[in-house]
Each structure stands twice: as structure tokens, then as C-alpha cells.
Design a protein around this ligand. Structure first.
Ligand SMILES: Cc1ncc(COP(=O)(O)O)c(C=O)c1O
Length: 403
């Protein structure tokens, strides 16, 4: 039986010291994706990580521990996933949660009533709702700013600013924030710099190497890639906040199950292949949309004329697979959504199947109209999460749907 304070118990918990950041340091990210942190099971040699479906773990002696005691505090399958994600992002430690929102909710518990957070005005609508409807009620203060304007960010920092929180590129209008520039502003104000890296994944962009302190993911998206698991991640750059996050994560218990952890490990192995194909298709679809008579604007950071293109190529190695576009009349939104056959009208993004979303009613429905109008999320905007099907089939589907 292991007794004592949480700090004392924590020394018996495997993985809390964080990963060996030099592990596999010679490998390219593609190899890290395939082999993960531990490569294979150290006990059996199993190439695939075992699924440890145990909620509790027997202690070998009265004061001994295997490193695991109860799955809410740590589970071997989840730990391999967490270590793999930390390795990929270049962080010290990661946690796997049951959704992106539960990861962000845990992160917000690092702050106290009266703390001010400067956040992007162009966030995923669910994150916006969590901030305004839930955490503002507990006394956290949020200001929403355009992070593509560093002077405005600087102006909005206060004495009580404890964190800057961004997504880049943003979703759905694909604004690009200069990560290194905002990191410098955050650190000059002694604030944490948090980046939601969902749209790019560590395969294309690694914010910690550009100065981020914490990286957030909706693992439900490209990391999972098959539209079959909801998951989320927090990754910390260094050891400073490991114990605090562990304490909150295990106290609240919204961590990922062993079977979902295994599915995520399995998905991550093919991330590089999927991202390359997603992106190749997205480039072709953006090209097609630009020539379609019913399309007025196309938002894809791979297009050289996109206002964020230049900053993006400086900090990422690819453009991802989210393409938004504005049609000529609102009625065409309805007809397009009703006519698509191969592409599904559904929320979410990042899976192998292509999905089309109407942000105004779906992903950004929780945002006030005024903010949506400012961001250009209107009744003519559609978003495609481009899958890995044949690009010609996708284009044919879009062509007939837009007609
Ligand atoms: C950029 C971004 N962050 C966070 C989330 C929330 O993740 P989840 O749906 O896994 O809770 C989403 C969901 O769409 C997202 O797009």
C-alpha cells in the first residue's frame, strides 16, 4: 500500500518525470510516428503496444509499485501514447484526454479567478463556448484579439495576463499567426504561450520549437484520422508544470481509455502518409474551387496569394487539408450540402473521409453573431476537410453539387 501526500505517491507513478527528450533524436518525424516512444513492448517484444484493460494494478509488496496503481492516474497503454505525442511535439510530457475540450478544460485549471487570458478571436467555436459560458463564470477573464496584429496583442496584455492562447492556422478562415513573434510577446509579459496545433499536427508544425510552452490538440482530428475516436492532448515543453497538470488531470479523471489509446497509437503510425495525401488532394480542390463560377473566395494557406502563406511557410512544412470557400449566394450553401454524395455533410475534420461543414450553423454556432460577422463566418461560407479519396472523384462531386 502506497500512502502519503500526492507528491509522495507521485514518485511511484511511471512517466511523471517526463520523457527522455534525446530518445530517437536522430530519427526523422516519419520514423518517430511509426515506432512511437518505446518501439515495442518491453516484456513480450510485441510490436503492437498491448491494450492494458485494467483499472487497477497489484502492488508487488507492501511498499512496492510497478509504476502503475490505478488507471485514472496512469495506464501503460495510455502512457505509451502520451510519450509518443510528447516525442512528436518535442515536449517533455503529454497527457491524453477523452476529447480536445477536456484537455483544454484541464489546462484552464492552471489559472485562478482574476487571471486574464488573451485568446485568439478566431477560435474553434467550442473552445470559445468553454471560455465564455463555463470558465468566465469561475472568474477567469478572457479578451479576444486578432493575433495577426502583434501591436494589438501587445496593447491588450495586462498585469494580470497569465496566458496567450492561439490556433494557427485558424479554423475556418485560415488566418496565420506568427508563432515565434507571439511567443516573444508572451514571455516578455511572463505569460504562458499555448498553441492549439490540431490543424497542422506535429508532422507539419511543432510550436514548442518556436517558443510555445504548451501545445493542445483535438486528437479526434488528423491524429486519429479515421473519424472513430474522440481524444485530446496537452503537451508541456518542460518539467515545470508536470505535477500541477497531473494533479488536475487525475483528480478530474477525463483521461483516455486504454482501448482508445491503442486506436490512437495505431492511427499515429500512418499520420505522415495520410497528411501527404490529404494535402495533395486539398491543393487540387483549392485549384478547382478557384476556377468555379459559383465560388467567390477560397481560403487555403497553400495558395500563394493567401495573406498568411508567407508566415506559414516559415513555421510549418506543409499546408494541411482544410479548405474553406465562399459561394456566390446563400441558397447555394443549402443546395451544395444537399447535393454532395461522396463528401458527407458532417462536423469535424481530419479523417480519411472528406467532410463538408457549414461553420455558421455547426462548428461556430456558439459564437455571437457580431464576432462571426467580424471573422467572415457568414451564410455563404463552407468548409471542406479534404480526405484521402481520389482527388478526381472529390472534384466531380463538388462540381455537380455546386452547379
Ligand atoms: C482546433 C480545435 N481545437 C479543439 C477542438 C475540440 O476538440 P474535441 O472535439 O476533440 O473535443 C476542436 C474540435 O473541432 C478543434 O477544431
Amino acid at each position: 500500500m502506497i500512502e502519503g501526500s500526492l507528491e509522495e505517491q507521485a514518485q511511484f507513478i511511471e512517466g511523471l518525470e517526463g520523457i527522455d527528450v534525446m530518445q530517437h533524436s536522430k530519427w526523422d518525424i516519419t520514423t518517430k510516428l511509426v515506432h512511437g516512444y518505446d518501439e515495442h513492448d518491453s516484456v513480450t517484444g510485441g510490436i503492437s503496444t498491448p491494450i492494458h484493460m485494467s483499472s487497477t494494478f497489484a502492488h508487488p509488496s507492501f511498499d512496492g509499485s510497478t509504476g502503475f496503481m490505478y488507471s485514472r492516474c496512469g495506464n501503460p497503454t495510455r502512457l505509451e501514447l502520451e510519450n509518443t505525442v510528447a516525442l512528436l511535439e518535442g515536449g517533455k510530457k503529454a497527457w491524453a484526454f477523452s476529447s480536445g475540450m477536456s484537455a483544454i478544460a484541464c489546462l484552464l485549471k492552471l489559472f485562478s479567478a482574476g487571471d486574464h487570458l488573451l485568446v485568439s478571436d478566431d477560435l474553434y467555436g467550442g473552445t470559445y463556448r468553454l471560455f465564455t459560458d463555463v470558465y468566465a463564470r469561475y472568474g477567469l477573464e478572457f479578451d479576444y484579439v486578432d493575433f495577426t496584429d502583434p501591436a494589438e496583442v501587445e496593447r491588450c496584455c495586462r498585469q494580470s495576463t497569465k496566458a496567450l492562447f492561439i490556433e494557427t492556422p485558424t479554423n475556418p478562415t485560415m488566418k496565420v499567426v506568427d508563432i515565434a513573434q507571439i511567443a516573444a510577446i508572451a514571455h516578455a509579459h511572463d505569460a504562458l504561450f499555448i498553441v492549439d496545433n490540431t490543424l497542422m499536427t506535429p508532422y507539419l508544425q511543432r510550436p514548442i520549437s518556436l517558443g510555445a510552452d504548451i501545445v493542445v490538440h483535438s486528437g479526434t482530428k488528423f491524429l486519429c484520422g479515421h473519424n472513430d475516436v474522440t481524444a485530446g492532448f496537452l503537451v508541456v515543453a518542460d518539467s515545470n508544470r508536470i505535477f500541477d497538470i497531473f494533479n488536475m488531470a487525475m483528480s478530474e479523471g477525463s483521461l483516455l481509455s486504454p482501448i482508445d489509446s491503442w486506436l490512437m497509437l495505431r492511427s499515429i503510425k500512418t499520420l505522415s502518409l495520410r497528411m501527404e495525401r490529404h494535402q495533395q488532394n486539398a491543393i487540387e480542390i483549392a485549384r478547382f474551387l478557384k476556377t468555379n463560377e459559383h465560388v467567390r473566395e477560397v481560403y487555403y494557406i497553400g495558395c500563394e496569394e493567401h495573406p498568411g502563406h508567407r508566415v506559414h511557410v516559415k513555421q510549418a512544412s506543409g499546408f494541411g487539408a482544410i479548405v474553406s470557400f465562399r459561394v456566390d449566394v446563400p441558397e447555394r450553401v443549402l443546395s451544395t450540402l444537399e447535393r454532395i454524395k461522396l463528401i458527407s455533410y458532417a462536423e469535424s475534420l481530419g479523417g480519411v473521409e472528406s467532410l463538408m461543414t457549414f461553420p455558421l450553423m455547426q462548428t461556430h454556432g456558439a459564437m455571437p453573431q457580431e464576432l462571426r460577422e467580424k471573422l467572415g463566418i457568414d451564410d455563404r461560407l463552407l468548409r471542406i476537410s479534404v480526405g484521402v479519396e481520389d482527388a478526381r472523384d472529390l472534384i466531380a462531386d463538388l462540381e455537380q453539387a455546386l452547379a
